[in-house]
Write a protein that binds this ligand. Structure first.
Ligand code: GDP
Length: 458
């Protein structure tokens, strides 16, 4: 199965100028030659040099289906490290689909989601952390997410993990060798050296782990709730944020949730905004469901945006919300600053013990300031300057935590004066956990699961 030839549409599903149908596998050129006729020369793709483009027609039953360019990339110099032909056809959905069907008739199999990248991984073109970075790059919704994925795609995480594993292996090998050959190798005093090494390795792992929260928020977006009593201006604010001049907006298509959620990219950060019902005392049962949900949302949120109304005095509704913000990352906005204030910035600041930013959602003023505040709150803007990359995958985080635990066990064993074979067991556990990050120690099930996250054609 591994060597059969697969095909899929590699570009998006909407009508566009160009679409690409990718064919990969030993018979990629033979398959393409069955449906392609080169203009003028009539040359077969199978005879073309690697990394060339050939102009011609896709033909079915002696009829021209489309005029295309086909690129030929020979193994191992292709994305999958296999023979790859890419048909660049016109980007209409119907014509693209037709050519895909012809590829299948000509002997290729429809690829599963992520199968091209899986082959790249299995053929050693990239490790698992790089393959995962491909998914992240495709899904990246802001510039930092792009930067972070590209850094990992270029092997920055892999290099760190490989270096850590080498160090661990060196110590393990030394212990094993000394245990095998006690006459010639002495382990006296080695534990001092080992604990220095283990401490260094642990601090590198802790550094990687400390970036996770940032990485997750950059990659997945900051889950944000907008809170405020009715008529404070929450919807107006949301509209201001989603105004086309400052944001790209995508509705998350209908799920079971009845709370509106929108993804907003604003000045390089992604906010996943959950627009809740206003939190206020109410007898209305339906509204109450909304309120309870809102309380839940606050629990799950990364960020709360509290919208207070400058044209009305602070009341119990506001105070209830302020209480809920306790311990949460929050930005307090005093809206309707275009009106003469009943509630002043100073009073609000005193009531909630946080900085207050005056805005007018209606006039769209103050919004840039609070976006900057959000960046500050989450420490954004360090990527590519202070930090090379942040880990962003839960899988990586858990494996690093496992490695850290195993290394802690090594230190414990040293402290307790245990025999050396105990060290090597835990060292090898750390080595294995780190190996799973780059795909050295993973089973087929896990590889399948990871690659299923991909879109078709990748
Ligand atoms: P929500 O119930 O919190 O979603 O409040 P809305 O966004 O529906 O706003 C309630 C009312 O306040 C509407 O009439 C808005 O036009 C008005 N409003 C919202 N923001 C501002 C603002 O910044 N200045 C002024 N003057 N009016 C605003």
């Amino acid at each position: 199965m591994k060597n059969d030839t697969i095909c899929a549409i590699a570009t998006g599903a909407t009508n566009a100028g160009i679409s690409i149908i990718r064919i990969s596998g030993e018979d990629a050129f033979t398959v393409a030659d069955r449906i392609f006729v080169a203009k003028k020369t009539g040359k077969k793709l199978a005879d073309r040099k690697t990394h060339t483009l050939t102009y011609g027609n896709i033909v079915s039953d002696n009829e021209i289906v489309d005029e295309v360019l086909v690129s030929v990339m020979r193994a191992p110099n292709s994305y999958t490290a296999e023979n790859v032909a890419e048909i660049n056809c016109h980007g209409g959905y119907a014509v693209t689909k037709k050519i895909l069907e012809l590829c299948i008739k000509a002997g290729a199999r429809l690829a599963e989601p992520g199968e091209f990248t899986k082959r790249a991984f299995l053929n050693g073109r990239m490790d698992l952390s790089q393959a995962e970075a491909v998914i992240d790059l495709i899904n990246a919704s802001n510039e930092d997410a792009v930067k972070n994925s590209v850094a990992q795609l270029s092997g920055k995480l892999r290099n760190k993990v490989v270096a850590l594993r080498e160090k661990i292996l060196k110590d393990t090998a030394y212990i094993e060798a000394a245990l095998d050959d006690p006459e010639h190798m002495d382990l006296t005093g080695f534990t001092d050296e080992l604990s220095v090494h283990v401490n260094e390795e642990m601090s590198e792992i802790k550094d990687l782990l400390s970036g996770f929260e940032n990485g997750r928020l950059i990659q997945n977006g900051i889950r944000t709730v907008i809170l405020g009593k009715p008529n404070a201006g929450k919807s107006t604010l949301l509209n201001a944020l989603t105004g086309t001049h400052r944001a790209i907006v995508t509705d998350i298509p209908g799920t079971t949730r009845d709370i509106l959620e929108e993804i907003i990219v604003i000045d390089g950060i992604t906010l996943n905004i959950v627009d809740t019902a206003g939190i206020h005392d109410t007898e209305d049962v339906v509204e109450k469901i909304g309120v309870e949900k809102a309380v839940d949302e606050i629990e799950n949120a990364d960020l709360c945006l509290f919208v207070a109304d400058a044209s009305r005095a602070l009341d119990d509704d506001d105070r209830n919300i302020i209480r809920l913000l306790d311990g949460k990352k929050a930005v307090v906005l005093l809206n309707k600053s275009d009106l003469s204030p009943v509630l002043t910035s100073d009073d609000l600041k005193k009531a909630c013990n946080r900085e207050v930013i005056s805005i007018s959602a209606k006039d769209e003023t103050g919004i840039d300031i609070f976006v900057e505040e959000i960046k500050k709150l989450f420490g954004f803007g360090k990527l590519g300057k202070k930090e090379d990359f942040y880990i962003s995958k839960l899988r990586h985080k858990e494996l690093l935590e496992n490695a850290l635990l195993s290394l802690k066990e090594v230190l414990k064993s040293i402290d307790l004066g245990m025999s050396e074979d105990f060290f090597s067991i835990d060292l090898m556990n750390a080595y294995t956990s780190l190996g799973s990050i780059i795909g050295e120690e993973i089973g087929d099930d896990l590889a399948d699961k990871i690659f299923k996250e991909f879109c078709m054609g990748k």
